[in-house]
Design a protein around this ligand. Structure first.
Ligand SMILES: Nc1ncnc2c1ncn2[C@@H]1O[C@H](COP(=O)(O)OP(=O)(O)OP(=O)(O)O)[C@@H](O)[C@H]1O
Length: 209
């Protein structure tokens, strides 16, 4: 199995210090650890939303501090705990995110396919304004995954879902990512989900000062 991320002891914020870690290409890797251990920060370091003060991160063998961050973030998509959707319909949100990448919008059937994959099969005319936090996050995941990125990172993607829906969403996404060679990285507190879906688990220890 190829290594997609080699994480060489980055330090951040004066308090976070990560060990040497590797993430395999094409797998589903879960990141666990106590609250405040630095899980969300690690995801932000991996797509260069944050820059480490020391240490390096290599993506496909390249030091990400030397990469074009816009291009990196097209390949390595981060879905945070708060997602951004426009106050428009679901169809319009797809269109706007595609326009932002200078791509033609997918047809309705394609949009529906990705929404179904994420257990978000609402009508395309539905306004995103009225949807719940969990529903908005699933729609955003559907839009992101439709770009077929190389890596999709999700921060607590199922925290707003009941256990059965969470399992279905994760199961669908994992199968889709595997078929399409997409590496999936998930931060989750849910140990049952990780037991069921993780190929690899990385546990981050909180550093006590
Ligand atoms: N931009 C930042 N600058 C400095 N410190 C930060 C920054 N972002 C986060 N931190 C600190 O880093 C620590 C880890 O935060 P992080 O959100 O990564 O933890 P987490 O493991 O994801 O926690 P949780 O499980 O509660 O979401 C916290 O103490 C936080 O205050």
């Amino acid at each position: 199995m190829d290594i997609i991320f080699a994480i060489e002891k980055p330090k951040f914020g004066g308090i976070l210090e990560y060990p040497k870690m590797e993430i395999s290409s094409g797998n589903t890797t879960f990141i666990q650890g106590a609250s405040g251990a630095g899980k969300s920060t690690l995801l932000k370091l991996l797509n260069a939303t944050l820059t480490p003060e020391e240490g390096e991160i290599y993506y496909e063998g390249k030091d990400i501090s030397e990469m074009d961050t816009i291009e990196l973030r097209k390949e390595v998509i981060l879905i945070g705990q708060n997602v951004y959707l426009f106050d428009e319909t679901i169809r319009e949100n797809f269109r706007m995110y595609y326009a932002y990448r200078d791509l033609p919008a997918p047809d309705d059937e394609t949009m529906k396919k990705y929404l179904k994959l994420c257990h978000a099969d609402f009508r395309l005319e539905e306004s995103c304004v009225r949807l719940s936090g969990g529903e908005r996050q699933r729609i955003y995941i559907a839009i992101c995954i439709s770009f077929l990125p190389k890596v999709i990172m999700m921060d607590e993607p199922t925290s707003a879902l009941d256990a059965s829906t969470a399992g279905k969403v994760l199961g669908n996404l994992k199968a889709f990512c595997r078929e399409n060679g997409i590496t999936m990285i998930v931060v989750s507190h849910d140990e049952k989900l990780s037991e069921d879906y993780a190929d690899e688990v990385i546990t981050i220890e909180r550093r006590e000062n």
